[in-house]
Ligand binder design. Structure first.
Ligand SMILES: C[S@@+](CC[C@H](N)C(=O)[O-])C[C@H]1O[C@@H](n2cnc3c(N)ncnc32)[C@H](O)[C@@H]1O
Length: 231
């Protein structure tokens, strides 16, 4: 789907990774600049800046029409918390510093997190799920919206289970588990198809990404709520 919108609207995708959200905002018609602390040679956006996201938001956030920030969640993500605690990993908690930087810009923003402890420190204005977009992943993501709002989407009943091996038991189902390694998780092609991501074939990059369909939805809702209503 491609929505025709006024030219020149710019999104800053902070913590952009390979650009799952970036691609969705592009599909909604935005020009997207990504910022990430690590090089992202396969980033799909219009412009890439390597650097610290909080620092960039503070300095340049006001230059954008909408800022989307998905600070890394590994320090408490439900998928990794137990495993990482066992390995003694330390991840900085960037949710509050990111929100403070976003507030400073005076611009509309979106904060995105997977379910987990960090989500409990957010006002959850929307939860998106792959089933809402006909994807073969569930991949719930929570969103806090700053300086704009949209109708809360209705969560749809899942059609079955996530396929794969869990706790020594094999499950069949219509959804792929797009994370980690291990048996029965699907091929790279399966993951690309399930997520709607075709510009990288690197498993880790797909596993860290947000399905573009989520950001396409947010982008279209933002246009309807803010930009087009002002005309
Ligand atoms: C889960 S990925 C984000 C996925 C992405 N939001 C998407 O749309 O697909 C988290 C990213 O945050 C980046 N990152 C971690 N700390 C950072 C920091 N301080 N500043 C900028 N990027 C950072 C990591 O390199 C990683 O690419």
């Amino acid at each position: 789907m491609q929505t025709v919108i006024p030219n020149g609207l710019r999104v800053l995708a902070a913590y952009c990774g390979v650009g799952g959200c970036t691609r969705g905002y592009q599909q909604a018609g935005f020009h997207v600049t990504g910022v990430d602390i690590n090089p992202q040679p396969r980033y799909c956006g219009d412009q890439f800046i390597q650097g610290d996201a909080v620092d960039y938001i503070v300095r340049h956030g006001h230059e954008y029409d909408l800022i989307h920030a998905g600070p890394p969640c590994q320090h408490d993500c439900t998928l990794t918390a137990g495993t990482n605690a066992g390995r003694g990993f330390q991840y900085p908690d960037l949710l509050e510093p990111t929100r403070a930087a976003l507030e400073l810009t005076g611009r509309p923003f979106v904060i995105e997190q997977p379910p987990g402890k960090a989500s409990k420190r957010m006002r959850v204005d929307a939860t998106l799920c792959g089933e809402m977009f006909g994807l073969q992943v569930l991949r719930h993501r929570n969103f806090e919206l700053g300086r704009w709002s949209m109708p809360k989407p209705r969560h749809l009943k899942h059609r079955g289970r996530v396929a794969g091996m869990r706790h020594g038991q094999w499950f069949t189902g219509p959804y792929f588990a797009v994370y980690g390694e291990g048996g029965g998780k699907g091929s790279v092609a399966d993951w690309q198809q399930a997520m709607g991501i075709d510009w990288t074939d690197v498993r880790k990059e797909i596993a860290e990404a947000v399905p573009p369909a989520y950001a396409l939805h947010l982008g279209v809702q933002f246009l309807e709520a803010v930009v087009l209503s002002e005309r």
